[in-house]
Design a protein around this ligand. Sequence first.
Ligand SMILES: [Zn+2]
Ligand SMILES: [Zn+2]
Length: 342
Amino acid sequence: MTAGTEVCDSRGEEGGTTGCSRQGSPGRLWDSVKKAAFVIGSGILFLAAFGNSLTWHLQRFWGASGDFWQNLWTKLYVAFEGHDEALFYLGTMFAPTVVFWVSNGVLLIADTTGKPNFITRYRIQVDKNNPVDPEKLRHAVKTVLFNQVFISGPMVVACYHLMSWTGDPCGPELPTFHWALTELAIFSIMEEVMFYYSHRVFHHPRLYKRFHKQHHEWTAPIGIVSIYAHPLEHVISNTLPVVIGPVLLGSHLTTASTWYCLALVSTTISHSGYHLPFLPSPEYHDFHHLKFNQCFGVFGVLDRLHGTDAKFRQTKQYERHVLLTSLTPLSESIPDHPKKGQ
Ligand SMILES: [Zn+2]
Ligand SMILES: [Zn+2]
């Protein structure tokens, strides 16, 4: 599949039409690259600022001195001396799983009870999952747990051996903060490329029904649907694009752990069904679940390159695909059907 060719995608059983569109102009592609660079860059700047100010507060109020993060790591390193593998699993298995279930726990309360209102008023597909179907939810939770225990778990074990071969993940010295941020940017680009193409392949009519349709049972997704998928899809599209970066770069455990947590929070937000203020916009992937044949990537650069966002760009959802910086829900400020006189 190359740029400039016409692309046609399979479609799901509900909604959407067969998507055939041509590549966007180079100017538009550049625009999209700039947007992705802005998203990755601002994320990294935020992390840098957050890291610096957290360090400052901890050093000032908790009396920590010297290199705070290095000292913290040294303590952990000494406590686990000789048990590198346990330390590795704590960082790459336990911590991301806790982050996933805590963030999804909050969302599940909103999905099942319709409360608190300060979350549910930001629902993207306003008439869906209000409340969520308990039977469908139970099935999704079981599948997610299966994928975490039987797919992600063994893959993390494999990663330990691969990363011990390409680097020293539990080494005594932390990477510099700037190198860790550079790695996070590289991981994001790798994920975009691998997720986009593997996801497109799963939409091929010969593969869609057997492997990817399960994930698309949710036309209005909720947070945990991010890893509600067929096991093969969970390996190829969900896990490999995320773990490949730290393995290839021989990253430190702390960078890999941070990246896994960020990736899980990011995909949870993309599937959450709520466009909340000051969080990345989930409109892109929510639209993919609604229409099936648009918006296959994470940042949208490759969708622009291959013209797979052409229909999305003509919708209200595209107008709402911004960082919400006010408390007014976008479904109200940009309604589907503007009131008369507007
Ligand atoms: Zn999805
Ligand atoms: Zn899909």
